[in-house]
Design a protein around this ligand. Structure first.
Ligand code: PGA
Length: 249
């Protein structure tokens, strides 16, 4: 893993945004894996600014989101469809037919998993952006998810639902399930870029980097990925031990 420690959230967003900008300029036909949640917001703002400055086009880019809640209509403000429209898609020139997010509204969820998985099988992702849950999850692959799992309906852990409660009016409103890419899909991406900010992530970041590769910490699987870049701010790096901690100075 290539680990880069930056000062704060603003720098994290710029560095991650710059890596994605470089890819979009080099390969305007790339397949880009996207993430939702609080962490990528600054990265999407950076990308929007660079797009508005005329530095790349997303006309021929295909995007593939990691996951979508079950039980929320697509138009719900907290659905990941809404998130992607508000925070990126509405501001760039991506074409609707090139945006892919698991579909969960009023349909057979199992069938949708199979469809999404087939789509991922036929479009290898060039770069997959990832956040990390405070319990070490990636996508909605919670602790205990087998490493070879492909797109599936995940049960959200209580911890994840508590972490995401801030986006809803109450804990009860937080969905209990989601369709997510599996770790098997994520590991197929040519390159992964994981971003983490803040002290709440410090423990799982240290486990991901320095702990054993174990299904108990899903993100630890990235130790086995041939091209994984991890960008963390000083707060998320604050419990790092070992070689990577040397960067803390
Ligand atoms: P966050 O979520 O960016 O809102 O902290 C990360 C995740 O759960 O993957």
């Amino acid at each position: 893993m290539n680990i880069k420690i930056v000062k704060d959230y603003a720098e994290l967003s710029n560095v991650a945004g710059e890596i994605i900008t470089d890819l979009l300029r080099e390969n305007p036909y790339c397949n880009l894996g996207l993430a939702t949640g609080g962490t990528p917001l600054g990265t999407y703002q950076y990308l929007t600014a660079r797009f508005k400055a005329g530095e790349f086009s997303m006309r021929d880019v295909r995007t593939f989101n990691l996951d979508e809640y079950c039980g929320l209509p697509r138009c719900h403000p907290e659905s990941y469809h809404s998130f992607m429209y508000s925070n990126l898609f509405a501001h760039v020139d991506i074409r609707e037919e090139n945006m892919h997010i698991p579909y969960t509204e009023g349909c057979d969820l199992q069938e949708q998993c199979e469809r999404y998985n087939a789509l991922l099988d036929s479009h290898r992702i060039d770069l997959q952006l990832l956040g990390i849950g405070s319990n070490g999850h990636i996508g909605f692959c919670e602790p205990g998810t087998p490493f070879d799992r492909e797109t599936f309906v995940a049960q959200l852990s209580e911890e994840t639902r508590r972490d995401n409660q801030r986006f809803f009016n109450s804990f009860e409103e937080v969905p209990r399930t989601a369709i997510t890419m599996g770790i098997g899909n994520i590991m197929q991406a040519r390159r992964v870029l994981l971003i983490a900010s803040g002290e709440a992530k410090a423990e799982c970041i240290n486990q991901m980097i320095n702990g054993p590769v174990t299904e108990r910490v899903p993100a630890s699987v990235l130790q086995n990925h041939p091209d994984a870049t991890i960008i963390i701010d000083a707060a998320a790096a604050s419990r790092l031990t070992g070689k990577a901690a040397a960067q803390l100075g």
